[in-house]
Design a protein around this ligand. Structure first.
Ligand code: IPE
Ligand code: IPE
Ligand code: MG
Length: 253
């Protein structure tokens, strides 16, 4: 599949990124895809690809913090991923707990606040507990937000948002007319800016139910690199590509 970057992968610019080359995104969203293919390529079981994939995340969070990117949202488990074999789902949940217990203290020292989107109440209890702990530990951090999309689906989020609004007793019956600004206040992402840049690893040209509302005007960067091989260096390439884009939002620029 094609790599939709303006420079070939072999010409990745080294970090640090040139901030004079254009505005950096406030919010970057990533579909971390390709762990299974990475494992197969290395003759390993899929679950080891997931383990390797988790390792790719921390350098990117640190890079975002360093660059002043306000929000990094990562798609870690979709509402559709429950259809995978139970052993793989269980491994993914265990890796989530392990990541939170191991990395939260260091992320906290970096000023990272951990939050989530998705239907967290349907995750296994140990995962919910680890998330509640990590959120609480980092609740006062303000340098950046690491937003974990877990049991997340864009359609599910929109339906839950509308239902929350319908059932909100503080909304007077006479005002029951939904507009975009009101809906946004009931989304899981309430309070966050929309993603400016969407990155998808491993070459698939689809959204896979990610942030269907919020990605309306995101710039898209798709790379063939499999997620465990996605480095801070390639991240800087994605940012550089973003800096070259002309965003028009339907206007004339
Ligand atoms: C992404 O990697 C991780 C999750 C979806 C949880 P995949 O597991 O989808 O890897 P591929 O797409 O099969 O290579
Ligand atoms: C998207 O990847 C979900 C995550 C990365 C968590 P998938 O591997 O589930 O997407 P499809 O099935 O290829 O569309
Ligand atoms: Mg996949």
């Amino acid at each position: 599949m094609d790599t939709y970057s303006e420079e070939p992968a072999t010409q990745h610019r080294a970090t640090p990124i040139d901030t004079s080359a254009g505005a950096l995104p406030r919010h970057v969203a990533i579909i971390m895809d390709g762990n299974g293919r990475w494992a197969i390529q290395h003759g390993m079981p899929r679950v080891l690809g997931h383990r390797q994939g988790v390792k790719a995340l921390k350098p990117l969070v640190k890079e975002c913090a360093r660059l002043g990117i306000e929000v990094l949202t990562v798609y870690a488990f979709s509402t559709e991923n429950w259809s995978r074999p139970a052993a793989e789902v269980n491994t993914l949940m265990s890796l989530l707990e392990e990541f939170l217990h191991q990395e939260t203290p260091e992320l906290k020292t970096e000023g990272v606040r951990i939050r989530t989107i998705g239907n967290i109440s349907d995750l296994p209890e140990p995962a919910q507990n680890a998330l509640a702990w990590a959120r609480q530990e980092t609740v006062n951090e303000t340098r950046m937000v690491l937003n974990l999309a877990l049991n997340y689906g864009g359609r599910d989020e929109l339906v839950r948002a509308v239902n929350r609004w319908i059932n909100d007793p503080s909304v007077p019956q006479t005002e029951r007319k939904l507009d975009p600004g009101t809906l946004e206040r009931y989304l899981d992402t309430a309070g966050l800016p929309d993603p400016d840049l969407l990155i998808r690893s491993s070459g698939e040209l689809r959204l896979s139910n990610f942030l269907l509302w919020q990605l309306a005007y995101a710039e898209i960067y798709i790379t063939d690199t499999l997620w465990p091989d996605f480095t801070a260096k390639e991240f800087s390439q994605a940012l550089y590509t973003y800096q070259q884009r002309a965003r028009r939002f339907g206007g004339l620029g």
